[in-house]
Ligand binder design. Structure first.
Ligand SMILES: Cc1cc2nc3c(=O)[nH]c(=O)nc-3n(C[C@H](O)[C@H](O)[C@H](O)COP(=O)(O)OP(=O)(O)OC[C@H]3O[C@@H](n4cnc5c(N)ncnc54)[C@H](O)[C@@H]3O)c2cc1C
Length: 547
């Protein structure tokens, strides 16, 4: 494998100089580049955006912040980086996370191998040369031994599919593609469509600016308070002293974050004890509610007690009982869609300038020149914000024309739902890796931790192949089938498949309903991946040069 340093040059023909092409420069692509460089591989990153950051480059909507606490939602690979970077808040805001990722890119001198404003359009495996040819929208055509997709699980923002959007005379925005200069809604009549995480984060802030805010909600979501605020020096000091211990704890946990897990069933305790557990965790904020009892995501009856607790909180916060009822989720068990973590969301509906519209009961029929029309009324709006989510997990991958052996297209291979081995590789697509791909814990976890685990596994794998003079690694169909069956089996053991969630592809018309992430736990999953590697990459076919 070559050691030739690669110099990003748009529209170039890079011949066979590269060991690896990495697509995407978010948390995953940046760390992947760093690891490969450290191993002496030549690598180039292609990134559609004009800067690093991925999610945190694109999602600049007001109120955007992480829902995993900052100290945990950060890289762990460099102790020095951890010691020198200081988060200012319990949940960092988008600008701060973007600053962090720029700091990382500069500190490790990563930008010189990243070609920005370049979208990868195709990746084709050449079975004779055993190499990938990668093409971009700027005319690049490069050859690389390995192709590593760091394209993100939530990077393909849904395009609004409302009738007559082009006739709207006002301005419209997507939370996942927010203008860099920001938007000032002061004095405007604004409509927000969608009440998932991005809607829930942005609604309180937009309400503070707009003369009137109309929130169009199709499905209410469960949201818990963040109780965000400045990080105290004690918390920072404690983390610095115990970082190794805390990181180990998170890596071996279920979701990659620290949740104090109660081992009791919600049904075995008295109603007073149950209430007190829920109240304690509501006060603590964030995801801790999910750990209140051991069976919340396993047993519907247990889950109902937690769901009813959240509904009672909504009724206590929201003064108008009819509005509170509309905001109360009833269609799916708590936590089977990612719980939202908010600052003042429910209280926003007490403001006179905020109106909630039940878009399930009175669907949006079309956008008009002056606003939008539901089945019941017409709304005059200056701006519309679409907080309508992503084509999750598979969207960014299927947007690229990826072709493996015999010209087979990944998109077609996945027409019945994604199939992978460990969420890392796909049978028939040798030397192609997917960081946090479907079939791995990914979106059900602290994603930075899951990204680091995949990147380390892939980097170690490439080093192993080089050391053992192996040309190709490829998931076997058998291993892929068995892993897919296991992912399903574990999911069906939980309440997750009961929700029409984006985990199931349910937010995209025509997308197959398959539970995509792996819910077995990040600790268990990591161990499995490590064992497979230690056993000489069990379930993968390894072929010597010339085969
Ligand atoms: C608003 C929001 C908040 C979130 N908060 C959290 C949180 O608190 N905790 C958590 O664990 N996760 C959170 N996530 C999930 C988040 O996506 C991950 O935590 C993490 O940032 C993903 O990093 P990544 O590098 O894998 O992907 P991304 O950050 O999505 O980066 C992928 C990059 O690939 C680029 N790309 C894609 N396709 C192509 C192509 N064909 N050619 C060139 N470039 C391409 C994209 O432009 C993008 O920059 C959040 C997501 C969103 C949208």
């Amino acid at each position: 494998m070559s050691d030739v340093p690669s110099k990003p040059m748009p529209g170039g023909e890079a011949g066979s100089a590269l060991d690896a092409v990495i697509v995407g420069a978010g948390f995953a692509g940046l760390y992947m580049l760093h690891r490969l460089r450290g191993l002496g591989f030549s690598a180039r990153v292609y990134e559609a955006a004009s800067g690093v950051g991925g999610t945190w480059f694109w999602n600049r909507y007001p109120g955007a912040r992480c829902d995993v606490e900052s100290m945990q939602y950060s890289y762990s690979f460099s102790a020095e980086l951890e010691q020198e970077w200081q988060w200012s808040e319990r949940y960092a805001s988008q600008p701060e996370i973007l600053r962090y990722l720029n700091h990382v890119a500069e500190r490790f001198d990563l930008k010189r191998d990243i070609q920005f404003e370049t979208r990868v359009t195709a990746a084709t495996f050449d079975e004779i040369a055993n190499r990938w040819t990668i093409q971009t929208d700027r005319g690049d055509r490069v050859s690389a031994k390995f192709c590593i997709m760091a394209t993100g699980c939530l990077s393909a923002a849904k395009v609004p599919d409302f009738r007559a959007l082009e006739t709207f005379q006002g301005k419209w925005y997507r939370t996942g593609h927010w203008p860099h200069e920001g938007v000032d809604f002061t004095g405007q009549r604004v409509g927000v469509i969608g009440t998932g995480s991005s809607g829930i984060q942005s609604i309180p802030i937009i309400a503070g600016q707009a003369s009137h805010l109309f929130v169009f909600q199709r499905t209410p979501n469960f949201s818990v308070p963040a109780h965000n605020g400045p990080l105290s020096p004690d918390v920072i000091q404690d983390w610095r002293e115990h970082r190794a211990e805390y990181r180990h704890r998170d890596r071996t946990s279920a979701f990659g974050i620290h949740i104090e897990q109660n081992t009791k069933s919600a049904l075995e305790v008295s109603s007073e004890e149950r209430q007190s557990q829920y109240e304690k965790r509501w006060e603590r904020g964030g995801f801790s509610l999910v750990g209140a009892f051991a069976d919340l995501i396993l047993n519907k009856e247990a889950n109902d007690t937690a769901a009813e607790f959240v509904r009672s909180q909504i009724r206590a916060i929201v003064r108008d009982p009819a509005v509170a009822e509309t905001l109360a989720p009833r269609d799916f068990p708590l936590a089977t869609k990612r719980i939202c973590v908010d600052t003042g969301y429910y209280a926003t509906f007490n403001h006179d300038n905020v109106t909630l519209i039940d878009a399930r009961a009175t669907p949006i029929e079309e956008i008009t020149a002056t606003g939008l029309r539901t089945s019941k009324a017409e709304y005059t709006l200056d701006s519309i914000v679409f907080a309508t989510g992503f084509d999750a997990m598979t969207g960014a991958l299927c947007n690229i024309d990826i072709r493996g052996r015999a010209g087979a297209a990944l998109k077609e291979r996945w027409s019945g739902g994604p199939r992978t081995y460990l969420g890392i590789m796909v049978a028939g697509f040798p030397n192609l890796f997917t960081i946090t791909g479907p079939g791995s814990p990914s979106v059900l976890s602290n994603m930075v931790l899951s990204i680091e685990q995949h990147v380390d596994w892939i980097a170690d794998c490439l080093a192993y192949l080089r050391e053992h003079r192996i040309a190709n690694i490829e998931a076997t169909v058998n291993a892929e089938n068995e892993w897919g069956a296991h992912v399903n089996q574990v999911a069906n053991f939980t309440l997750f498949p009961q929700a029409n969630s984006w985990y199931m592809g349910a937010n995209i018309p025509g997308k197959p309903r398959v539970f995509m992430p792996y819910i077995g736990g990040v600790g268990v999953y990591r161990q499995k991946c490590d064992e497979i590697a230690a056993d000489g990459y069990e379930g993968f076919a390894l072929s010597p040069p010339g085969s």
